[in-house]
Design a protein around this ligand. Structure first.
Ligand SMILES: Nc1ncnc2c1ncn2[C@@H]1O[C@H](COP(=O)(O)OP(=O)(O)OP(=O)(O)O)[C@@H](O)[C@H]1O
Length: 576
């Protein structure tokens, strides 16, 4: 069965991150050193300051070296923190780059069935939003959380040795402070999300009103549209008020708490009770150092809350990316299936040098083919069709009969549920990618431009296609003249207004013809053209089709090619 054959090579986000870190070992080591260095050096200045003050209270001058050490440590902490931020940003970008490259590699390998199921918006958010959350995981997530947790612990350890009472107060206070911080942050986040939703609804409401303005006037819905808009902006204001409330209370609460802790410790250290003094007694220098540490400990607690938030959303992003990596890919094709049977072919065919062909097999064969999309009602059922080399035929049939589906099977994009689709005796889906361009030229209803020059449109960046081949294809389709009049000829960058619709179709034919394929597949190629342009395109097509096998789909009798058949009731009948 088709679905059982799906190939899947699961990449893990963890592997990508680890291999990126392994490739940038110096960067990773630099981050580790700067994180640990900044934590350690930040502990020194308060201690040195305490020592200087204690020396001064003894009416002696502290040494110049000590004073210089104080400033040097402050500067070093600042430098190490800047280095850490810089390295983290570079590391985050490297990981983002690696993830996006692997996502694109995965995307182009997805099976046709899977691509059908993907919503464009969801795929874009995998590449943009989800990858960004993973980058944040590094720049302001796990490394920062580690740094902040270490900072809190190291300050607590130093305080323990300088003032046990204060350390105990912090051990009691920090969990409460953390819970309060998380409560405020969660509520702010919820309010921000609600605000964003309300703003996007309000923004979408304006173009929607404009788009439907005639219907609104005709049905007298002006008041309704006004009320709807008021509701959206009302929701947004309410959400913003909640954000502002939490924003306004958080800093004063922290500052007041800071002041209370300092006051409490100072009062207790000044008390005459010897029992209290065993916990809180300290020198003037230690008091200064302790006050310094107290103000230092509040800021990492606040950051810790935000970092937990970042990690939570990054985990969701990681989950979506991992799920994307788990999607089924198209089946790999053996690249070494490459023995020629060209000698057994008539002279009119090109060498299909890259596929292992069976000389006696028909060029194209649908044998008892049944196919359905996603296990639904069969589109083709027990279909048999044979096309010999050099045949030129047009398939007619009611809309939805499965004509384009037949092409998709032939191009190997899908595999039949049962039966066989073979080209030169080889299953269509097993033809190596390198051989495909030599084998098929596929022209669709409209041209799909790739970013690049006119030449790139024809070659599709295949370096094996020479300039002569490009010019020959352009001449054959009658486009050479128009291209030579362009400012940079074949090197002109392509923009949608460069050619007319008919000329884009000619370019499409040149793209199909340039690799001199054995088989031309034409899917309603003149459907969007006026009668005169259609004739122009058809003339070009006849030149390109000479001595080639052609399979065409058309609804217009004017665009019929060679013998005409109809696909009806899962059988192909000749009608001419
Ligand atoms: N990717 C897909 N997933 C699910 N169903 C599909 C898909 N592509 C086509 N179909 C369904 O398969 C049926 C045949 O479609 P197909 O495009 O092959 O018909 P067609 O004969 O080429 O029609 P038309 O002449 O209108 O282009 C239709 O009912 C269509 O809805």
């Amino acid at each position: 069965m088709r679905h059982a054959k799906k190939h899947n090579e699961t990449t893990s986000v963890r592997q990508i991150i680890l291999s990126t870190l392994a490739q940038h070992r110096f960067l990773a080591s630099g981050i580790l050193l700067s994180v640990c260095g900044a934590i350690l050096t930040a502990l020194v200045p308060p201690l040195v300051l305490g020592h200087i003050i204690d020396t001064l209270t003894l009416r002696t001058m502290p040494s110049l070296l000590l004073i210089l050490l104080y400033f040097a440590m402050l500067a070093l902490t600042g430098i190490l923190e800047s280095v850490r931020e810089g390295l983290l940003t570079v590391c985050g970008q490297q990981i983002t780059h690696a993830l996006r490259s692997r996502l694109m590699a995965k995307f182009v390998r997805l099976s046709a069935e899977e691509l059908n199921l993907q919503e464009p918006g969801a795929v874009v958010s995998r590449f943009v939003g989800d990858v960004d959350t993973v980058e944040n995981l590094f720049t302001s997530g796990i490394i920062s959380i580690f740094a902040d947790a270490c900072k809190i612990l190291s300050i607590l350890a130093v305080i323990w040795f300088r003032n046990k009472g204060l350390a105990l107060i912090f051990l009691l206070l920090l969990p409460l402070l953390f819970a309060f911080t998380r409560h405020v942050q969660k509520n702010m986040l919820t309010a921000q999300i609600e605000n964003r939703k309300a703003v996007s609804r309000a923004s979408a409401h304006v173009p929607e009103t404009l788009h439907n303005i005639r219907t609104i006037h005709v049905l007298g819905k002006e008041r309704y549209m006004e009320q709807q808009y008021d509701r959206y902006i009302g929701d947004s204001y309410r959400a913003m008020e909640r954000t502002n409330f939490y924003d306004a209370i958080y800093s004063p609460v922290i500052l007041i708490l800071n002041a209370i802790v300092v006051a409490l410790v100072m009062l207790l250290s000044a008390s005459g009770n010897p029992r209290v003094l065993t916990l809180f007694g300290m020198s003037a220098g230690t008091a200064v150092a302790v006050m310094n540490y107290i103000s230092q400990i509040f800021s990492p607690v606040e950051s810790l809350g935000m970092e937990i938030q970042t990690i939570q959303s990054a985990v969701a992003g990681l989950h979506w990316i991992q799920e994307f990596f788990g999607l089924p890919e198209k089946e790999p094709v053996e690249a070494n299936a490459s023995v020629s049977a060209a000698s057994a072919k008539p002279e009119t065919t090109n060498s299909h040098a890259d596929i292992q062909a069976f000389p006696d097999a028909p060029f194209i064969e649908f044998r008892d083919v049944t196919f359905s999309y996603d296990g639904n009602k069969p589109i083709l059922s027990h279909l048999n069709l044979t096309v010999e080399t050099g045949d030129q035929l047009t398939l007619l049939g009611r809309t939805g009969a499965g004509k384009s589906t037949l092409f998709k099977l032939l191009l190997g994009l899908y595999q039949p549920d049962s039966g066989q689709v073979r080209i030169h005796g080889v299953p269509a889906a097993s033809i190596p990618e390198a051989a495909r361009r030599k084998l098929f030229g596929y022209v669709e209803q409209s041209f799909h431009m790739v970013p690049g020059t006119v030449r790139d449109q024809i070659t599709l960046f295949d370096p094996a296609i020479s300039d002569e081949a490009v010019q020959k294809a352009a001449c054959l389709t009658g486009l050479a003249d128009a291209i030579s009049h362009l400012a940079q000829g074949y090197d002109t960058p392509c923009t949608p207004e460069l050619f007319s619709q008919g000329q884009w179709q000619l370019l499409s034919i040149a793209r199909a013809a340039v690799s001199d394929p054995e088989l031309l597949l034409l899917d309603e190629i003149t459907a969007n053209l006026d009668a005169e342009t259609e004739q122009h395109v058809l003339r070009a097509l006849r030149r390109v089709s000479e001595n080639r096998t052609v399979l065409s789909i058309s609804h217009r009798t004017s665009a019929e090619f060679g013998r005409t058949f109809t696909l009806h009731g899962n059988a192909v009948f000749p009608i001419k």
